[in-house]
Design a protein around this ligand. Structure first.
Ligand code: HXC
Length: 510
């Protein structure tokens, strides 16, 4: 019996070595951890239960029958994050560069199927070179199986991908279909095809970093939601994100004990909005002062900074925050901001996370660059997403809410439940200057007349009261009581039920 137990120990030790000590050392020398080390950091201590440690590939081409490694390049199983079950797979770069074989894919799909059955989040740690070249179509088929499950699980359980090494081919397409993608700076890359193929096909010389580094994907392509400096930091941040997320689309947002009182007032908010309407202020200050303990997990911080998206808590329960940022492009809505926010709104709505929207928006960005880039369709995405959302929606207009952007930013008209405005709010078709130039064009040569008209317009329209008189705004609130107002609104809305007519699915303007 002792022999059998020792044999098991030996086989486990062999499997844990993956591609061997030399390759593990090389992995460490590059500043990367191994798949197993990463899982240990991601999950609660001693909670990892590994599956399929002894699975081997069945390929016999190119001498592969002599190169079998137990586990076949991916570590899979389940464990807990702060006591809540999650399923996990981590690519092992030390085994054939983490590439995906038929059996490797079967390990992944087993975990995907279990996550779906158990209605628990699935986290993939990627460090892999795509389809295993020696396996050909068997590997491609394996990816198809993985992709299919990504899509079936979408909107049912949260799917999170962390890119922790060079990733290509299927190892970027599978993440692309998950809810959030994160990267590690300097050691991870994402591209459909690497620099060598780029050189061959387009004759373009480009480094991995320039082609698909964290900077590119967090600021330019918007493929990635956040990046951190090293493996440890990235995995700790994923744990933090998991705490914000529901396990699935029916459990509702988790509640974590909060030491922040719901009726906390903040007098500094009364002076947050500058007297000069063209002067910016930092919307993040408002967010941090309103939410529980100033804890805000920002999504896509480096992209389309004119809009802010992220998770926070009110009275311990997760909320999604969407806010215009007057510090960047005056908080205008452009194509990038619309795309960024609409995806976030749809995630929140899929997973029953209430949304709090802070509005200070001068309108949609005019110009050929935006129109040629499809602003109409991208802006419509945000309009569609907010209109489609049936989760509790609370909106606070702090200053400008002009034109179409007023309607789009979770207005009463498209379905928001509770709409508040600060006394500094200006809800109108456009700002005074633009409005007067159009409706009093004939008087433009008379400066005195124009000044009078501008004043008249400002007094009549650049306030929250015209909207409040019509009930489009439920109440004009004191800025200092914003947290209390939102907390009470969300508490009242917790029981919200809104049914829409049956359909197979909608046709959001993609
Ligand atoms: C088999 C692979 C592999 C692959 C890497 N390796 N990629 N083995 N299939 N796809 C092996 C290498 O042979 C090497 O083995 C080890 O992994 C480490 O690779 P290196 O090249 O030495 O590492 P590095 O220089 O860091 O480069 C990493 C890399 C590069 C950028 C990932 O290896 C690469 O470009 N690989 C190919 C990427 C690719 O084109 N994949 C197919 C995509 S098609 P040893 O024994 O030396 O340790 C695809 C289709 C899916 O995925 C469908 C999408 C819709």
């Amino acid at each position: 019996m002792k022999d059998i137990l020792e044999k098991l120990d030996e086989r486990r030790a062999e499997a844990r070595l993956g591609g061997g000590r030399k390759r593990i050392d090389a992995q460490h020398a590059r500043g990367k951890l191994t798949g197993r080390e990463r899982i240990e950091l991601l999950l609660d201590k001693d909670s990892f239960e590994e599956f399929d440690m002894f699975v081997q590939h069945r390929c016999t081409d190119f001498g592969m029958e002599n190169q079998k490694v137990p586990g076949d390049g991916v570590v899979t199983g389940w464990g807990t994050v702060n006591g809540r079950t999650v399923f996990v797979f981590a690519k092992d770069f030390t085994v054939f560069g983490g590439s995906l074989s038929e059996t490797h894919a079967a390990k992944m799909t087993k975990i995907q199927d279990m996550a779906l059955k158990m209605r628990a989040p699935i986290i993939g740690l990627f460090d892999a070179g795509g389809a295993r070249i020696q396996e050909g179509v068997a590997a491609l088929g394996g990816y198809g199986e993985v992709f299919k499950r990504n899509v079936i699980a979408s909107g049912v359980v949260p799917q999170i991908s962390v890119i922790m090494g060079p990733c290509a081919g299927g190892d970027v397409y599978s993440p692309a279909m998950t809810d959030f993608i994160f990267m590690v700076r300097d050691t991870s890359y994402m591209f459909v095809t690497g620099p060598d193929v780029v050189k061959t096909v387009t004759n373009e010389t480009v480094t991995s970093e320039e082609l698909g580094g964290a900077k590119v994907h967090t600021t330019k392509s918007s493929v990635v939601d956040a990046a951190w400096d090293n493996d440890v930091e990235a995995l700790l941040q994923v744990r933090r994100l998991i705490d914000f997320l529901p396990a699935n689309n029916t459990d509702g947002a988790p509640v974590i004990e909060s030491f922040d009182v719901a009726d906390r007032i903040d007098a500094s908010l009364d002076t947050l909005v500058p007297e000069n309407p063209n002067k910016p202020y930092d919307m993040k200050e408002l967010i941090l002062k309103v939410v529980d303990e100033g804890d805000f997990f920002e999504i896509q911080e480096g992209f389309a900074k004119n809009i802010i998206t992220g998770f926070a808590r009110m009275e311990g329960r997760t909320v999604g925050i969407v806010a215009n940022q007057p510090m960047v492009l005056a908080g205008v809505l452009d194509s990038d901001a619309s795309r960024k926010a609409s995806r976030f709104v749809r995630f929140c709505d899929s997973f029953e996370i209430p949304i709090v929207t802070f509005v200070d928006v001068p309108g949609f960005l005019p110009g050929t660059a935006q129109e040629y880039g499809g602003l109409i369709k991208h802006g419509a995405k945000l309009l569609f997403a907010f209109t489609q959302a049936t989760v509790p929606l609370v909106t606070v207009i702090t200053r400008k809410a002009f034109g179409g952007a007023y309607v789009v930013m979770s207005s009463k008209h498209i379905g928001a439940d509770v709409n508040y405005a600060w006394p500094t709010a200006q809800i109108a078709v456009m700002g005074a200057k633009g409005a007067v130039e159009i409706i009093f064009r004939a008087d433009m040569s008379d400066a005195e007349k124009i000044a009078g008209r501008t004043k008249e317009y400002e007094e009549r329209f650049l306030s929250p009261f015209v909207a409040a008189e019509r009930g489009y705004i439920d109440e004009v609130i004191m800025p200092h009581s914003t947290r209390r107002r939102i907390a009470r609104a969300l508490a009242m809305l917790a029981a919200k039920k809104e049914e829409r007519p049956w359909k197979k699915h909608d046709n959001i303007p993609l």
